[in-house]
Design a protein around this ligand. Structure first.
Ligand code: ADP
Length: 149
């Protein structure tokens, strides 16, 4: 089984995340969209709400599962027997940041490979922080999120 973990905050899940997951579906047998819980990082939307949105978006995809984990992503990968970490890349800044995390993870767990998928240019500017900003100011976020917040 080719099992991948797509870790993130998903605060909230955006069309950018959705695109990466949909592109990854043909590549893996199972994808855990895994929310990393961090006591020091305050989220805007509740954990239950974030999980529900992910489940709703991928209700028709039996290979996509949701999960919540605390601690290191590589420890969660080992727990669910995942040999791949999936991450999305929007631009060069993402690349630099993601490369450092991937190197650190490789050091911790050499058996787990990080796989990067590029977002399409039309969706590369989408981020959860942009959606949160629009939501707070009662602005239209429907271009960036596929459901009602
Ligand atoms: P984190 O808090 O770990 O950055 P996010 O939920 O913001 O978590 O992002 C999870 C993953 O989704 C990251 O790999 C990020 O690069 C990717 N991602 C976020 N937005 C987009 C987008 N618009 N296009 C492609 N990948 C994206």
């Amino acid at each position: 089984m080719r099992i991948a973990v797509f870790p993130g905050s998903f605060d909230p899940l955006t069309k950018g995340h959705e695109e990466i997951i949909r592109k990854a579906i043909p590549l893996f047998d199972k994808i855990y969209v895994a929310i990393g819980e961090n006591a020091n990082k305050k989220s805007c939307f509740s954990l239950d709400q974030r999980l529900q949105w992910i489940r709703q978006a991928f209700a028709d995809e039996s290979c996509v599962e949701t999960a919540v984990y605390e601690g290191l992503t590589v420890d969660f990968c080992r727990k669910v027997n995942a040999r791949f970490i999936l991450r999305g890349l929007r631009n060069a800044q993402d690349m630099q940041y993601e490369k450092d995390i991937a190197e650190a993870n490789r050091h911790l767990a050499p058996e787990v490979e990080t796989v990067f998928l590029l977002s399409t240019p039309e969706i590369a500017h989408v981020s959860s922080s942009l959606v949160r900003e629009l939501y707070h100011h009662h602005a239209d976020y429907s271009e960036y999120v596929s459901y009602e917040l």
